[in-house]
Structures are given as C-alpha cells and as structure tokens.
Write a protein that binds this ligand. Structure first.
Ligand code: SF4
Ligand code: SF4
Length: 411
C-alpha cells in the first residue's frame, strides 16, 4: 500500500481500550452504532493490506452455510456484550478483518496458542476468520526463515508502523540479562526483540498464560525469571488473553471488536477483556447443580464420576477462575476440561501453576464474605475472593481436610 494511503487511514488504527461505561443506556448504543457504521464504511475504502481471501469464499469452501455464519455473528455479538441490533455490523466487520495487519511473535513458549490458531479440522467460523486476517509475520507459520524472515519482520513493522496489532505468545525470560532466550544471527534477546516490535504497534495482545502472566515458565523456582508482557513493556495499550491455550474465539473477539469499534474491548484490572473473563467458570458450569446439592466426585472412577458430579473435591478451581471456556468450550465448541471430567486448574489466572494446578480443594483459599450480591467481575471482589457459595466451599474444604485426617486417625 502506498505511504500516503497508509498515512490517511492511520487515524482508524489508534487502539485504546474502550471506556468503561457503567450505565449504558439507549443513547450510548445509538452513538456507538453510528460510530461503528462510519468506521466500517471507512474501512471498506481501504484495500486489504495483503490478504485478499474473501470471507464469503472461505466460508463456502469450508462448507459453512450462510445461516451458520449468521448464527455465529449473532452469538459473537452476544459474546461481545453488544445488543442484538449490532449483529449485521458484526457480520460486516468479519468481512473486513483483513484490513487490520497483525504481527505475531513467539518468545519463551510451546507454540500452543499458534496450534489453537492453526487447527483446521472442521474449522469453526472463528478459525476461518483467523485465516483471513492479514497475518504479516508469524515465524512458525510462514515459509521464510533466517535472514529472509528477519527482513519480513522489519518490512512489516516499517510498512504498518503505528497500525498493526502485535500478538505476543510466550513469556519474557528476564534472567541473565535476557540470555535465556535469543534469536537471529545477532543473538537479539527476547527482551530487545519484544521492545523493538512493540514500539510501533497500535496495541499489544498478549496471548496465552505465558505471555500474560508468565505461565508455566514462571512457575517456582522460575529459573529464567520469566515475566508476562505487561511486566516488561510500558506505555502501550495491552490486552491479555490468558488460558493454556487461549481460546481462538477470544482472539477473534478482540480483533473483531477493534475492527468494528476502533477500540479494544473493556478490560479488567488484569487487562483481560471483560466479555471473556468477566465471570467465573463455576457460574456457567454444567456440574454446578451438583455442587449446590453437595454431590461430589470423591475419587477418580467412583459413582460420582460416572454421574458427572461436581469436581470440586478433586481439585477443580472453577470457583476461583474467570474465563468463558465453560460457555465457548474448545475443539469446535465440542467440549471443555470439566465437561470431560477433569477439574479446572485455573489456567487463566496469574501464577496458576503454583496456586491452582494440584488435585486438592483449596482448604486455605483466601475466602472472604462478599459485600453483597453476586460478583460480576474479578475487580469487584479481588482475585481469589468468593461468593457465599465460596464460603460454603471453604467450610466444605475444611470439613474434607478434617475428614481426611480422621480417616488417617490423625484428628
Ligand atoms: S467446582 Fe468445578 S466442577 Fe464443580 S461446579 Fe464449580 S466449576 Fe463445575
Ligand atoms: S477449565 Fe480451567 S484450566 Fe481448563 S481451559 Fe478453562 S480455565 Fe483453563
């Protein structure tokens, strides 16, 4: 794209996270609708940056019907917490996803989030959309290697200066002056690499538990002094999409929100989009009725397990974990960990490996009474604070611990 053209559309790419409006009345949505309409009209005038795949063709090729696409648009509108009247706009925004350049870098990681992005066996609309975004650089997916790859990154950063969304996968090893992670012939440290590519990004999207909060590399004793992107980069708008791996629906949701509104979605205090991390797994879990009825799996393979009882006593951390995987699910929406009988290990929370990834209930959870009502986001009560149900958990867990001691004749 010519330089002057890029300059002229730069104003469409100044990413800030959306202002938190607590009282969103009819007027607010009328204004937002008008803004989105204008933005989409402007985006339509821009030639796709490099990826010319049309969503209509991609969807037909994958055998997704128009009806299914509209169903997806309607579900995505609801997921983004927008009124149903925005559905046609969301469908239209999906066709314009290739107007936003994306640069994707990997640091200290297992590439699990790239795997999630890649999965192509019967792809959902979300995955098709991820195929049509303008992925200007992704070292794992692209054909170029070595000097060619480095040149491609330099070109992308220069060409789309100030416009690209930078997706970062993996933690940043800060130990030994960054020598635990280097790349390229010049041995650039991951720290310098991140700073260099982040400098001209419109915004940064940290994807997966490692890029957001350090993840497993940061688990004790954290030999490389691994950190999440937000602890390393200052002065940029950062969105965190944690989980191991991050759900493709949430990646699409963030890009789509940006394409549609020109803003990144509302974030919680951990910089996670509220549309995806605004409620607890526990509140949308299909085993919740069993939790409320006090029906638990007591050991693997018992009658409770056969009857899909609650996994809390087997260490499920759903009550402490904010994520939408109990709604959106994984593998084309087929299932999710708790659905197949494995308790949640809190992978979307900071320090999850040390704090939550063990098969016991949290008898010593920092449980406090709520100030009233049911919590809606992690911000309202703070991390690890639970509702009245949580108090029940605490009592239950303590009782379990005592019962366990009794069984061993220690109490
Ligand atoms: S404790 Fe786990 S299995 Fe039980 S209801 Fe909550 S999220 Fe579901
Ligand atoms: S159930 Fe828990 S551990 Fe599993 S993906 Fe969801 S948040 Fe992560």
């Amino acid at each position: 794209m010519a330089d002057d053209k890029i300059e002229s559309v730069k104003s469409l790419f100044t990413a800030k996270s959306a202002k938190v409006e607590t009282n969103k009345g009819e007027k607010y949505y009328e204004n937002l609708y008008a803004q989105c309409r204008e933005r989409l009209d402007n985006l339509k005038k821009i030639v796709p940056v490099s990826n010319n795949i049309k969503i209509k063709e991609a969807i037909e090729e994958e055998g997704v019907s128009r009806r299914d696409f509209l169903k997806w648009a309607s579900a995505t509108t609801a997921m983004l917490m927008l009124p149903a009247s925005f559905t046609p706009l969301v469908a239209e925004a999906a066709t314009l996803m290739n107007r936003v350049p994306v640069v994707w870098i990997e640091l200290q990681d297992c590439a699990g989030n790239s795997e999630a992005l890649l999965r192509s066996d019967g792809p959902t609309v979300d995955e098709i959309i991820l195929d049509i975004i303008s992925l200007e650089f992704h070292e794992t997916l692209m054909a170029a290697a070595g000097h060619q790859a480095e040149k491609q990154l330099e070109d992308a950063v220069e060409t789309f200066k100030g416009k690209y969304l930078l997706f970062v996968e993996g933690s940043v090893p800060m130990g030994l002056n960054g020598q635990y992670g280097t790349l390229g012939a010049k041995g650039e440290t991951f720290i310098d690499h991140l700073h260099r590519v982040a400098k001209d990004a419109a915004a940064i999207v940290a994807v997966g538990s490692c890029a957001t909060f350090g993840g497993i590399p940061a688990a004790a004793p954290n030999p490389t002094d691994a950190k999440g992107v937000m602890d390393v980069v200052n002065g940029k708008t950062i969105v965190n999409i944690p989980a191991c791996p991050a759900n493709p629906s949430n990646m699409v949701g963030v890009i789509l929100h940006y394409v549609l509104t020109g803003q990144l979605p509302e974030l919680d205090s951990l910089l996670r989009p509220k549309f995806a991390f605004g409620y607890r797994i526990h509140d949308n879990c299909e085993r919740r009725a069993h939790f409320d009825a006090g029906e638990y799996v007591e050991e693997w393979g018992d009658e409770g397990a056969k009857n899909n009882f609650c996994l809390y006593k087997m260490g499920c951390k759903g009550p402490m974990t904010f994520n939408n995987c109990s709604i959106v699910r994984y593998n084309e929406g087929v299932n999710w960990p708790v659905g197949v009988g494995r308790g949640c290990i809190g992978c979307s929370e900071p320090d999850f490996w040390d704090k939550y990834a063990y098969e016991r209930p949290m008898a010593n959870a920092n449980i406090k009474a709520p100030t009233g009502g049911v919590e809606k986001t992690v911000d309202q009560f703070g991390l690890g604070l639970l509702t009245a149900a949580g108090i029940g958990i605490g009592i239950h867990a303590a009782a379990s611990a005592v019962a366990g001691k009794k069984d061993k004749g220690e109490a």
